[in-house]
Design a protein around this ligand. Structure first.
Ligand code: COA
Length: 180
């Protein structure tokens, strides 16, 4: 009887110790998992880019404003930065000739909807997405760059053309071209 009681107490103590050790080890393991979760750059379906576009590029406006004409076209392409199933960066390219005037040959592909969530900026995601489009499209592209991010595109070989122009209600833009 006493032996049984002692055995149960010992088992209880062992279970408790195991739980404590698991808890102590578990927390750092989770933290490391969080820190090293890989980011996958992949092509995506149109609906996958809308949330980040909306949050970053159309903040405070109706969600429909983040859906662009041509998103569903057969030759439009979308890419995302995907962190364990969560989309944290987006960009799209659609077939649309650069508006005149534009030095020949006129780029036939427009890059649009370039955005990364604020908490993931400055980690190379935007540049990686941009390089992905350059690699996959491999033909000249153009975009209307928000004036304050002209430097971001310029680092990846995009060149500003013409004078800044206003796109209400967003603000000043600069047309930029990438020719590879
Ligand atoms: C522009 C944007 C996509 C950049 O994304 P990001 O993930 O922070 O970009 P990266 O970390 O890959 O930056 C790449 C380089 O560009 C630089 N860069 C980033 N934003 C910049 C800016 N606005 N102007 C100049 N350089 C910039 C970075 O410092 C970095 O330089 P480094 O390689 O020397 O460190 C992101 O800031 C964003 O979503 N901004 C708001 C939406 C927007 O304006 N989109 C563009 C619409 S045209």
């Amino acid at each position: 009887m006493l032996a049984n009681l002692v055995a149960r107490l010992v088992q209880l103590a062992l279970d408790l110790a195991t739980a404590v050790i698991r808890g102590l080890l578990g927390a750092p393991v989770k933290a490391v998992e969080h820190a090293v979760q890989p980011i996958l750059f992949r092509s995506a379906k149109p609906h996958e880019v809308i949330d980040v576009r909306h949050a970053v590029l159309r903040e405070g406006r109706p969600r429909e404003t983040a859906i662009f004409d041509g998103d569903d076209a057969g030759d439009t392409r979308h890419w995302v930065a995907d962190r364990s199933g969560l989309v944290i960066g987006v960009v799209s390219v659609m077939r649309r000739p650069a508006p005149e005037p534009c030095d020949a040959p006129r780029p036939q592909w427009q890059l649009r909807g370039m955005a990364t969530l604020p908490e993931y900026r400055g980690q190379g995601l935007g540049a990686a997405l941009l390089r992905q489009t350059q690699l996959d499209v491999a033909e000249p592209m153009w975009c209307n760059a928000r004036e304050r991010v002209v430097g971001f595109y310029a680092r990846e070989g995009w060149v500003a053309t013409g004078e800044p122009f206003d796109i209400p209600p967003i603000g000043n833009h600069v047309r930029m071209v990438w020719r590879g």
